[in-house]
Design a protein around this ligand. Structure first.
Ligand SMILES: [Zn+2]
Length: 306
């Protein structure tokens, strides 16, 4: 497989995007309660075709992981849906994405990964934490320390968290617990510092222990934003939280703060589910219903491209 991964450089840190899947996935109203057909129809000019598929009335969403190379270490942020997992959603159930082949084509073998972490413990962010070997779920990255944010891990092990797993299928059992059983897990605080350039930032709301990953090197700034934003519609409509948010009010407050801060700072953002090229910067715009943001995609480099 040829290397078609997209790469960006933030000072001395390299960010490689390794996509598992991308395509029309959820109807707007399935994700956002406020997304009426009239509202979406009014936005079709900028949404189609790359961000919204009108034929199926579905938002185009990516599943991907972010490989950071920093100070000689290889760090994986978010590990997608995974292969062969039993899931409630048919789009995720028993899939064979062969994402490891794409990771390999991007120059990363499982034993190269030093640190694995998730922005949050949702089904589409922990899948490749494990893989099926001889009928058992084994950690995919045998040399890595897997970091789990303490508040996030505690929630998914509480009664409320375990109940919430019924919506998706119990991915904690097949994708998180085997990592603990293998002795590869470390609990960290939501403001944990990975190295001089990479720090976690607590951004609660979508889940209780949700974190973004800030990369600051040589005066350049990037932020892997996890699911604070699912789709560029939330830049145009910053008040929209998703139906999947643990605390919609808190998610809204977190998102508003993040949008304001990083529009001002011109941070390069990497939202988990934005389709290729994913990266982009925020721009303040005035609309008849008040100020909001446009998301300007930035296509930095494409490995393997002529
Ligand atoms: Zn997600």
């Amino acid at each position: 497989m040829t290397d078609t991964a997209r790469r960006f450089h933030i000072g001395t840190v390299e960010i490689t995007l390794v996509v598992e899947a991308c395509g029309p996935l959820l109807r707007p109203a399935e994700l956002y309660p406020e997304a009426t057909p009239e509202c979406i129809a009014a936005q079709r000019g900028w949404l189609e075709p790359s961000l919204y598929d009108a034929a199926s009335d579905r938002l185009v969403l990516a599943m991907q992981g972010f490989v950071l190379r920093s100070g000689g270490k290889t760090i994986l942020v978010d590990s997608c849906v995974g292969d062969c997992k039993q899931r409630v959603r048919p789009d995720f159930d028993g899939m064979r994405w062969h994402w490891l082949d794409r990771l390999d084509a991007a120059g990363v073998a499982p034993q190269d990964v030093d640190i694995v972490l998730s922005t949050h413990l949702h089904v589409d962010h922990v899948g490749w934490h494990t893989r099926l070997v001889d009928g058992r779920w084994e950690p995919t990255f045998p040399r890595a320390r897997y970091l789990f944010v303490d508040a996030e891990f505690a929630y998914w092990n509480s009664d409320a968290g375990r109940q919430a797993l019924e919506r998706t299928g119990d991915y904690v059992a097949d994708s998180v617990r085997p990592v603990f059983d293998a002795g590869l897990a470390d609990l960290v605080s939501p403001d944990h510092r990975i190295d001089d350039a990479i720090t976690l930032v607590h951004t609660p709301g979508h889940t209780p222990g949700h974190v973004c990953v800030a990369i600051d090197s040589q005066g350049e700034h990037a932020l892997i934003t996890g699911d604070v934003l699912h789709h560029p519609l939330q830049c145009r409509f910053p008040l929209w939280s998703t139906r999947f948010c643990f605390d919609a009010e808190q998610a809204r407050a977190t998102r508003l703060g993040l949008l304001q801060q990083h529009a001002q700072r011109q941070t390069l953002l990497f939202p988990a589910h934005f389709p290729d090229p994913t990266a982009g910067r925020l721009r303040c715009v005035d609309t008849p219903d008040g100020p909001c943001y446009a998301y300007d995609f930035v296509a930095d480099g494409l490995a393997g491209a002529a």
